[in-house]
Structure formats: structure tokens, C-alpha cells
Design a protein around this ligand. Sequence first.
Ligand code: ADP
Length: 366
Amino acid sequence: MNQNLVELKGKDILIVDDTPDNLRVLSSILIARGCKVRKALSGKMTLTICQSTLPDVILLDVMMPSMDGYETCIALKADLRTSQIPVIFISALSDVMDKVKAFEVGGADYITKPFQVEEVAARIAHQLTIKQLTEELRRSNAELEQFASIVSHDLQSPLAGVVSLVEFMQQQYDGVLDRDGQDCLQEIAATGTRMSRLVRDLLNYSRINAKPLEFESVDCNKILEEARANLLYDLLSSGAKIVSGKLPAVEGDRTQLIQLFQNLIGNGIKFRRPGVTPEIQVSAIAKEGQWVMAVRDNGIGIPPEKRDRIFEVFQRLHSSEEYPGHGIGLTTCQKIVRRHGGNIWIESQTGEGTTFFFTLPSTIDN
Ligand code: ADP
């Protein structure tokens, strides 16, 4: 027996079935194992019961009048409060497609009737174990992110202090220090600036999940303008051009979308081919109720065998001597897109350029 499975004793199980006899059988089995059992005779009743106290697991019949098990599960998953409760379908329907549908609507497991008592108990314990581990993982991720955020936030001002003191010394002692002394100060200033950027990027990265999303209708043309303004120095120093047609409005968090555009366009400028003026094209097409956005550059491209790595944190394909950076930008982009319910992927030709595609939710007014 797996000693790590969560115990059923004391767990709050909600059984949903429109046939009272079925409810009785299942509930007596679970009560005998020390569970606290609540019962519902319909989908509607399930939603009402969940509003008072959330059960640990729901055992849900599929065939019920008016609101069937699938519809009930969809409603549970659509509500943020109830979406994390594992739903185990229990049904006499044994067709593969019925089972597949159960998983498609968000079910965690499917048991066919007639069931074995041991099997039901084991499957419930299994779902409770997964739920507990997921919660632990979420908690420890949140703690880690908070830790990174506090550390980088607290490092920001002393670092800025060091950088400005060094700049002050460079001005004040110009001509007093010998060549070695001046080189030393320059190196300290450059290292300090690099560290400040790293700290800023880490802080941005850790804030993505920490901050609650503020979804609103956002005009991507304005987002692009803001990203362009933030990249003014890179644009002017490289002579890069940004080309775009009319972009749509999307449903999203304004600050995070600016960051997303800025990182992708910034990379398009940074990873340019020597002697080639960077040109970044931004476009969008509507597809299946959402927007597929594309940021295309004419830079160095990414070799096929290395494409899987680029979204991982701190993964870089080049040294910082070749191209400055810390490998946080694309992880941040992926996190932002995923938080918006979308995907991000690339197409690239080595030596010709790269296109980053990502999906964003359409607004209601589009
Ligand atoms: P950074 O830019 O700080 O290195 P990123 O996470 O933004 O970090 O990118 C990770 C790596 O992916 C980069 O180091 C680079 O090797 C590669 N990369 C990202 N964007 C592009 C691009 N537009 N063209 C070519 N390579 C890219």
C-alpha cells in the first residue's frame, strides 16, 4: 500500500446522484471510512451546497435530469472558488467517448458502475493526494516568488547608490586617478549597471504572478507605442525600424502586455545581424475567437536544436560578451502569455530572422 496517500478520515465528500438509493450505498461506504458525507440530488443543488462550504472531493453522476454531470462540472470549473475541487465522475456509461468528455469538461477521474468499494476509496485518496501536493507546490512557488521579489527590491536602492557614487567619483577624480584607477572605476560602474538590470528583470519576473491581473480592453496600438517609447534608446542607437499595421484590442493586463511587446521587440533589436539594420514587424490575425500576434525580426535567428531551451529561465544561447542579458526576458514573456490563457511559440531561420507568435484573448467588442 502507498503510505503517502492522504487518509480519507475526516474528509468532506459531496456525492451527487439523482437516485437516492445510489447515494445511500456510496455514502455508507465512505462514512464507514470516517468521511464526512454530504449529498446532492441535482447539479443545481451541488452548486448551492458548494457555496456554503467547499467539499474536498465531488463524486458526480453523469446522467441527471435538467443539468447533467458534464454541465455541472463545467459550472464548477468556471467558478474560481470551486474550480480546484477534484471531480470524480461515477457513471454506468462505459463508452470511451463518455469518459473522454468527462476529462474534457475538467473531471479528474472516471469510475464506471458497478464499482468496487476499494477502487472508489483508492481513487478518492489519490485525488486528495494530488490536490494536497498541488497546493503545497503552489504555496512554495508563491513563497519563492515573494522571496525573489523582496530580495531584488531590497537590492535595488543600495545598487543604485553604488552606481551613482562611482559615477560621482569618475567625475570628481578625473585627472587625479591614474589610468588603472580610472579603468577600475569604469569596470565597477559597468558591473553595477549590469547588476541593476539583472535585479530589475528579476523583480519584473517575480511580480508577474504576485500581482493580481487587471484585465481590461487594451488597444495593442497603444501598447506598441508605449513599448516603442521604452525602447527609444535601443531604437535610436541601432537605427531599428518597427513596422506594424492596425492592431486589435485584446482583453489583458496593460502593464504586462507592454512588458511582453517590449521584451520581444527588444530582443529583435539586440539579436541583430552585423551590418543589417534591424526591422521588426508586428502583426495580428484573428483565429478561433482569439488573436494570434506575431513579432518578426530580421536578426540572427535561432538554430532548431536550441529552440526548446529559450523559454527556460537563465537560458541563453550566447555569452554576455556577445550579447548582454540574463536569460529572463523570454521566461517573463511566456509567463505573461500563459497568465492570459494563451500560448507562445517561435518560427526561425538561422541567419535570417525569428518570429515570435503568441495568442491573446479577444475583447467582447471585437
Ligand atoms: P536575454 O535576451 O537576456 O539573453 P531572453 O530570455 O530574452 O534572455 O532570451 C533567451 C535567449 O534566446 C537569448 O540569450 C538568445 O540567445 C535567444 N533569443 C531570444 N530572442 C531572440 C531573437 N529575437 N533572435 C535570436 N535569438 C534570440
